[in-house]
Design a protein around this ligand. Structure first.
Ligand code: FE2
Length: 430
């Protein structure tokens, strides 16, 4: 074998060994064995020593065309969504393909180091030059040996509101962009928003593509485009291929209406993506106090059988000044905002940045089992809850069977009389 990771603990969603440590055998880019005390040898062996090995983090919602542009041409003074969109509009004419590719590749380096090996990125198609589309298609080719990048044709300014946007979106798909995007709540009227959902879903059905729309990213309880998205999914037979991103208006909707909406979403097989870091900072901006959190109804959707994942959305761009590609930071924020502090809830938040997100992207061979792709992360934590609590170091990241990143464990040396020489921030009893 090429590589064996010994004495690994698996997350609940991948654990078939009942909490027992396993050895993971890897050959020719595939996992070939997952069992205790694997009787084999390999060119390279890593001792996990009881730490968690997980399939890679997956970011199901990102904007790689804008990432790392913080401060260009100026910073977002108010920190609001609308100033962010205006700022992006100011930046667009100055974009060059070279700068876009450079920033995106730098972000992908960060992602790999964070064990984030699959990203669905929206790419703005409203610029008729389709410069960002060309740039991200080039990035997709360049990172393909180590990272799965899926692209969504995203009409930032609306397909009905912005002249030529739908045609540009179709051109982007013809160039190789994977998924059909949309932004119904940004169209001029509710009727236009619903019409945009219909047109885009019909186009996706014709082309046999997946759909992922920015949907109802507002605090307006009457923004109900998710209902149209679910209904169109059923009408066109798109079940399992459609995702509503953000869905923040659901936070503010009437409970009776939501009690009808959740079963509709479940029957339609529509998945949901919350973006906790962005939702908690951008929503509720018109409120005084009490101030709404604005994140969609994550635990309620999960309980209704809807697949829910968490996305990063933004890192150092016109909408968000922070972030470093750490999906554990995303899970940490999601856990807090959704108050998912029970044990099952915390594990569900880990799933939201791993297995649930992988299902949305339709990743093949994702998991820790024989036959799966050898994409794995060794974390400096013993279980997913500890991983979220510590935003644990990625001790080793394996992509396509090769170790592509290593990082030291987080330790601090103490100089205190009568106290230990070192702390690792883990609970040690007895
Ligand atoms: Fe977004």
């Amino acid at each position: 074998m090429d590589l064996i990771i010994r004495r690994a603990m698996l997350p609940r969603s991948a654990a078939s060994q009942d909490g027992q440590a396993v050895d993971i055998g890897i050959d020719a880019g595939r996992i070939v064995a997952v069992e205790p005390k694997l009787a084999a040898s390999a060119a390279e062996e890593i001792d996990a020593a009881g730490s968690l090995v997980t399939p890679p983090f997956v970011d199901p919602h990102f904007h790689m065309d804008a990432t790392l542009s913080y401060g260009l041409p100026r910073v977002n003074a108010s920190g609001t969504l609308l100033e962010g969109i205006a700022l992006w509009g100011e930046l667009k004419p100055d974009l060059t393909q070279e700068a876009l590719v450079g920033r995106a590749l730098q972000y992908c380096d960060w992602a790999v180091a964070r064990g984030l090996l699959a990203i669905r990125s929206h790419v703005d198609v409203c610029d008729p030059r389709l410069l960002a589309v060309e740039a991200l298609l080039e990035v997709k080719r360049r990172v393909a040996p180590y990272l799965d990048l899926q692209l969504v044709a995203f009409p930032q300014d609306g397909i009905l509101r912005s002249a030529g946007a739908f045609e540009n979106l179709k051109r982007a798909i013809a160039m190789g962009v994977d998924v059909v995007g949309g932004i119904p709540h940004f169209e001029r009227t509710m009727a236009d928003g619903a019409q945009s959902v219909r047109l885009l879903c019909e186009f996706a059905a014709e082309q046999g593509l997946r759909v992922d729309m920015h949907c109802d990213e507002s605090d307006d309880p009457l923004s109900r485009h998710i209902e149209t998205l679910a209904a169109e999914t059923q009408r066109l037979g798109l079940q399992g291929r459609v995702t509503g991103s953000h869905l923040t208006s659901m936070h503010s909707m009437d409970n009776y209406y939501v009690s009808k909406l959740l079963p509709l979403m479940r029957e339609s097989g529509v998945a949901a993506i919350a973006n906790p870091l962005i939702n908690i900072t951008l929503q509720g901006r018109s409120d005084t106090y009490p101030k709404r959190r604005g994140m969609t109804r994550v635990p309620e959707m999960m309980a209704a059988g809807i697949n829910v994942a968490f996305g990063h959305d933004c890192v150092m761009d016109p909408w968000y000044s922070l972030g470093s590609g750490d999906m554990l930071e995303v899970a940490h924020m999601g856990l807090h905002v959704a108050q998912m502090t029970g044990v099952d809830g915390m594990h569900a938040c880990f799933d939201a940045v791993t297995v649930n997100a992988a299902r949305i992207l339709g990743l093949e061979g994702y998991g820790v089992a024989p036959g799966c792709a050898a994409n794995l992360v060794l974390l400096d934590a013993r279980d997913p809850v500890e991983a979220i609590r510590l935003r644990a170091a990625r001790l080793a990241v394996v992509s396509r069977g090769k170790v592509v990143s290593r990082a030291p464990a987080a330790r601090a040396a103490l100089s205190l009389e009568g106290r230990p020489a070192q702390v690792d921030f883990k609970l040690h009893r007895g």
